[in-house]
Unconditional design. Structure first.
Length: 179
């Protein structure tokens, strides 16, 4: 049997149902993604596109984390991958994109494209410096079109998950999406 993380072992010793905790964790991650998306939409309506992009992108990462939590419950991801879901931006985004690529029969994007997305996320929040020693503002990095595209993409992810779970209950995560 695979070694459990200390939190799960603690809950088992206390007689708590650790799966209930992780199902709740999955739901809280998705709820947080919805909240981040709502806030991104408010920012976009007020023409704060760089910050809107940042929050929408963060919502996408939160969805990736939620899927990894659900898939860990079903034994589809390892303990190491599960831990990375709480620490690594690229892992969450990559997992999300691979699940939805599989669900829609589309090819996965390459790692360079994902790396560029992560860099754009950072540029959407922080001032950078060009090679010519001039500031690069977040507002110069993210257009209205790019922000709205990310918001739509995240909304579609969330709606797809809700629809799949409704159709394939009680399955969640990848088990619902790929049934």
């Amino acid at each position: 049997m695979e070694e459990l993380n200390p939190e799960i072992e603690k809950r088992l010793k206390e007689g708590k149902n650790f799966k209930s905790f992780y199902f709740a964790l999955y739901r809280v991650c998705l709820s947080n993604a919805w909240d981040l998306l709502d806030e991104a939409e408010i920012l976009a309506k007020n023409q704060h596109y760089a910050r809107a992009y940042f929050l929408a992108f963060t919502a996408a990462e939160e969805i990736g984390k939620a899927l990894m939590v659900a898939d860990w419950i079903y034994g589809l991801v390892s303990q190491e991958e599960f831990i990375l879901a709480f620490r690594n931006h690229k892992v969450k985004l990559s997992y999300l994109e691979s699940v939805f690529s599989a669900a829609h029969g589309e090819p996965e994007r390459d790692q360079d494209a994902l790396n560029q997305d992560v860099l754009r996320r950072m540029a959407s929040l922080y001032v950078g410096k060009s090679n010519e020693d001039t500031p690069i503002l977040p507002t110069d990095q993210v257009s209205e079109e790019l922000a709205l595209e990310m918001i739509d993409k995240v909304r579609n992810y969330l709606i797809s998950i809700l629809s799949a779970e409704w159709l394939n209950a009680p399955r969640i995560g990848t088990k619902a999406l790929l049934k």
